[in-house]
Design a protein around this ligand. Structure first.
Ligand code: PAF
Length: 281
């Protein structure tokens, strides 16, 4: 496995793969890897000849007061984990390498689906993601790119971006990886105190309870209220609890498949999760 820190170095490393028309798979990450990320790499290995993983904590997707400075940077540990799952190339550029010294004058904004859910409480976040992912796609030029379904809205934004801008890349969504108690794996789980970590599975528990209630015919509005109450009772501060169609459009027919979304703060840590629920028989 190679580690490249420059765009030129990465291009050189990929030259022979491109010349041999090998399939390139790409897993963009911000590092501090867990099994969720490693699952993305495992999926990429199944479909692609060469797998590139980027590790880059992207400053422009963090808002003021968010955790850009404190976001864990663990390149050495990440490298060992990636070597074990067969990653071929790590691309770990500096901020300078990605953005240079001159001001960036181009913005990329995916409309509609970025306006609510996480987009509402993190203004500008998805623009920052769209810019960095576009840059990374242009640098790596993969055939396939892999994203986790925990960041469901992000995955939808990337799919829309790729479609709207005719990027010749197939986007693959990979199911959420969970701890044994149901907590969705996230680099931010590492911020939780021991006590908060014990509380955090209530997020998944409330989603599973909601699934049962919906199947039992409880009204959606009541189900959403119950989730909020369960989270608040456990000491979380709810940002949103929402139901959407799988394409993120509002729900207008109740026997359709839907996705429940939660964002909530536990202390200073913002956690998100979602559950896809099949109501169609
Ligand atoms: O999901 C992430 O880790 C980031 O948002 C991504 C896609 C790597 C862009 O910085």
């Amino acid at each position: 496995m190679k580690t490249e820190t420059t765009i030129q170095g990465l291009s050189a490393s990929l030259q022979s793969a491109r010349a041999a028309r090998k399939t390139i798979g790409f897993v963009p990450t911000m590092g501090n890897l867990h099994q969720g990320h490693l699952n993305l790499v495992r999926e990429a290995k199944k479909l692609c000849d060469v797998v590139v993983v980027s590790i880059f904590v992207n400053p422009i997707q963090f808002g003021e007061g968010e955790d850009f400075e404190s976001y864990p940077r663990t390149l050495e540990q990440d490298s060992h984990l990636l070597a074990d799952v067969g990653c071929d190339i790590i691309f770990a550029p500096t901020v300078d390498q990605m953005y240079g010294k001159q001001p960036r004058l181009t913005n990329i904004s995916v409309g509609g689906i970025t306006q609510d859910l996480c987009g509402q409480s993190r203004p500008g976040h998805f623009d920052g993601v769209a810019v960095v992912v576009t840059k990374l796609f242009n640098i790596v030029q993969p055939h396939f790119a892999f994203f986790g379904q925990k960041d469901y809205q992000q995955l939808a934004v990337i799919r829309q971006l790729v479609k709207d801008l005719n990027m010749p890349i197939e986007i693959i969504g990979v199911p959420i990886a969970r701890d044994t108690d149901g907590l969705a794996l996230s680099s931010r789980n590492g911020y939780l105190t021991q006590e908060q970590r014990q509380t955090a599975p209530v997020i998944f528990q409330s989603l599973k309870q909601a699934e049962k209630d919906l199947h039992a015919g409880v009204a959606l509005s009541e189900v959403l209220q119950n989730i909020k109450a369960q989270l608040s009772d456990a000491g979380l501060v709810v940002d949103y609890v929402e139901a959407r169609q799988p394409d993120l459009q509002p729900i207008n027919v109740f026997d359709h498949d839907l996705v429940l979304f939660i964002a909530a703060k536990l202390g200073n840590t913002r956690l998100i999760d979602n559950l896809q629920i099949q109501l169609k028989t």
